[in-house]
Design a protein around this ligand. Structure first.
Ligand code: KG4
Ligand code: ZN
Length: 333
């Protein structure tokens, strides 16, 4: 019998619901974003985010069911992101999921947002194991080995800032709106590598570091501005992006070489970056490894990926009770 999961995602500034069939087929996906509101403040304001989720959530539910041409009664389970993210935002989704689950007698499945980003790949290609998973988002930069469904081993993570955070902060210092990633990428496409920013020196580990690079960019902007010199933002964006992405490439190359694994999955908002995709494609060709990156819509925050990640839990009957709580920082491993 087919499994239909109604999935809810509200961990940051997108309110999203989806109906996903058998963990891989998106029957309907509805997303509203608060990006324009937060852009005015240069970043996500948690208090505003939770209020906007509350306003949006029933409308998103109606829209999603309408698109799916299905009713809650038709669902096999209700899945929801419970961590990590903004506490108030997560709570809106989790409370909605609990109510639906209780009212309609459907099992409740708690999903980790980062695991959701990885399982977004199942919406396009079925993941086969073992694989290397690189998570690159606004809050996380992690390199993992997956031996099987939900079997994670962490190779490395960032020692300080996440890569998306570095993109957002660099964007801010040169006056680009939030979220900075796509804006920096656009500028970088028009620039040359002219500024020499330092590479992090964690070469013999799988760990990442972005605060040194971020500070070097911010210091350069401040110093040049003080001296009255003009900065070519395109060149700055390009020089920053080259180092930021190269850091990922070097660690993934080390992992491909040392583990011998022939499959790489990239997940999280930063995987929407075209330059990252090109570099990783080249690297995987060199090591004859398969590269999996979901399409743009599934790279950034959405509920379909939560439905995909909930499916293996559904099969194993790993359900949550109504005491399910949110967590702002739940580790995968
Ligand atoms: O996964 P995501 O949508 O939300 C989190 O869970 O954090 O990732 C958002 C992050 C932001 O930092 C944003 O600037 C970055 O992903 N991002 C990008 C691009 N698109 C989004 N970074 C670089 N290049 C992009 N094209
Ligand atoms: Zn995310």
């Amino acid at each position: 019998m087919d499994t239909y999961i109604l999935a809810i995602e509200s961990s940051c500034d997108e309110t999203s619901m989806a109906v996903v069939k058998n963990g891989s087929e998106v029957i309907a996906l509805s997303i509203t974003t608060q990006m324009d509101t937060h852009a005015k403040y240069g970043g996500v304001v948690p208090e505003i985010a939770s209020r906007m989720h509350t306003e949006a959530i029933t409308l998103v539910l109606e829209d999603c069911l309408e698109k799916a041409q299905m009713k809650i009664e038709d669902m096999s389970a209700i899945a929801v992101t419970y961590a990590p993210g903004l506490t108030g935002s997560l709570m809106v989704g989790v409370e909605a999921a609990k109510i639906l689950s209780l009212m309609y007698h459907k099992p409740l499945i708690a999903v980790n947002h980062l695991i959701g980003h990885i399982y977004a790949n199942n919406l396009e290609n079925k993941m086969e194991f073992p694989l290397l998973a690189l998570i690159v988002s606004g809050g996380h930069t992690e390199l993992l080995v997956m031996e099987d469904d939900y079997q994670f081993k962490r190779l490395g993570e960032t020692m300080d800032d996440a890569i998306g955070e570095a993109y957002d902060k660099v964007a801010r210092v040169i006056g680009l709106p939030y979220p900075g990633g796509p804006n920096i990428e656009k500028l970088a496409q028009m620039g040359e590598h002219t500024y020499d920013f330092p590479h992090p020196v964690l070469d013999d580990t799988y760990h990442f570091s972005y605060s040194g690079l971020k500070s070097a960019v911010i210091n350069l902007v401040h110093n040049e501005t003080q001296r009255g010199n003009r900065i070519r933002k395109e060149d700055l964006a390009r020089s920053f992006q080259d180092v930021a992405i190269d850091e990922l490439v070097r660690k993934v190359e080390k992992a491909l070489k040392e583990t011998g694994i022939k499959r790489l999955v990239i997940a999280g908002g930063v995987s929407a970056n075209q330059y990252l995709k090109r570099e990783m494609k080249e690297l995987c060709e060199k090591y004859e490894a398969e590269l999996l990156i979901p399409r743009m819509l599934y790279c950034t925050d959405n509920a379909a990926m939560i439905g995909a990640a909930a499916y293996p839990k559904y099969l194993k009957h790993e359900f949550s009770s109504y005491t399910l709580n949110v967590s702002s920082s739940a580790d995968i491993v």
